[in-house]
Design a protein around this ligand. Structure first.
Ligand SMILES: C[S@@+](CC[C@H](N)C(=O)[O-])C[C@H]1O[C@@H](n2cnc3c(N)ncnc32)[C@H](O)[C@@H]1O
Ligand SMILES: Nc1nc2[nH]cc(C(=O)O)c2c(=O)[nH]1
Ligand code: SF4
Ligand SMILES: [Mg+2]
Length: 215
């Protein structure tokens, strides 16, 4: 039996988020997620997908000749074979990032991978799933993201930033507005007013291509 993963899509686009925003990137979107964030823009990846061998995924990625590869979902870490996929992508020489909800243990992820851990805010309605043990594992190669739905979420994110000293612990702390749920301008103004050591980000792919899957 070969190693397999359930995959929703593999596509080439510009990275819309995180510290490599704007750079051409291959996305591997794994199917399935144990969470149900109220804002999820990738609910089409909850079900369906195709069972594929790691070999066939690596071959398709190689066809794009990328520098950057982003493994996302769904929740990638819900499939055990995400770990060998990440390792083999690193072995192939790509700069690899992983988007994860932080609800599952990140300790087995190859240390060459930039782990983008989304600390789920109360507004997501999944904050009870946060696995705070993950925070101690973060290094300067990793990123922490807050997707903010309201002023209350912003205040909560600031309290976690301070409590866990996240700006020192992680390479980047990202504050992103939940799409159309909070004013991006308000969020930007709050960050400036509070002189926060965080990076504001907008989902570039939504500005460029609205909300089409595979972009
Ligand atoms: C679709 S998730 C997949 C990876 C993983 N399940 C997670 O939540 O990090 C990728 C990123 O998109 C963010 N996201 C999803 N829907 C969003 C929305 N409506 N507005 C802003 N960010 C969103 C998530 O919070 C997460 O950081
Ligand atoms: N262009 C583009 N950039 C992205 N960065 C993270 C994405 C995701 O869905 O996880 C994503 C996506 O879906 N598209
Ligand atoms: S954890 Fe990620 S994929 Fe799962 S529901 Fe939340 S945003 Fe969507
Ligand atoms: Mg997306």
């Amino acid at each position: 039996m070969q190693d397999t993963l359930r995959i929703t899509e593999v596509f080439y686009s510009l990275q819309g988020e995180t510290r490599t925003a704007g750079l051409p990137t291959v996305f591997v979107r794994l199917t399935g997620c144990p969470l149900r964030c109220q804002y999820c823009d990738s609910a089409y990846a909850f079900n369906g997908g195709t069972i594929r061998t790691l070999e066939s995924i690596l071959e398709q990625v190689a066809g794009f000749k990328p520098r950057y590869v982003c493994v996302t979902g769904g929740e990638p870490l819900a499939q055990p074979n995400a770990l060998p996929l990440l390792q083999q992508l690193c072995d192939a020489g790509y700069e690899v990032s992983l988007e994860t909800s932080g609800a599952l243990d990140i300790s087995g992820v190859d240390t060459r991978v930039s782990r983008v851990v989304d600390l789920k805010t109360p507004g997501s309605e999944e904050s009870h799933r946060n696995r705070y043990e993950n925070i101690e594992l973060l290094t300067g190669n990793d990123q922490v993201k807050f997707v903010i739905c309201s002023r209350e979420d912003y205040d909560w994110a600031v309290s976690k930033l301070i409590q866990y000293n996240l700006a020192e612990r992680a390479g980047e702390v990202l504050f992103s507005p939940s799409h159309h749920q909070v004013s991006a301008t308000d969020l930007a103004d709050w960050i400036v007013a509070d002189n926060l050591p965080v990076r504001f980000q907008l989902q570039l792919h939504k500005l460029l291509w609205n909300d089409e899957p595979g972009r």
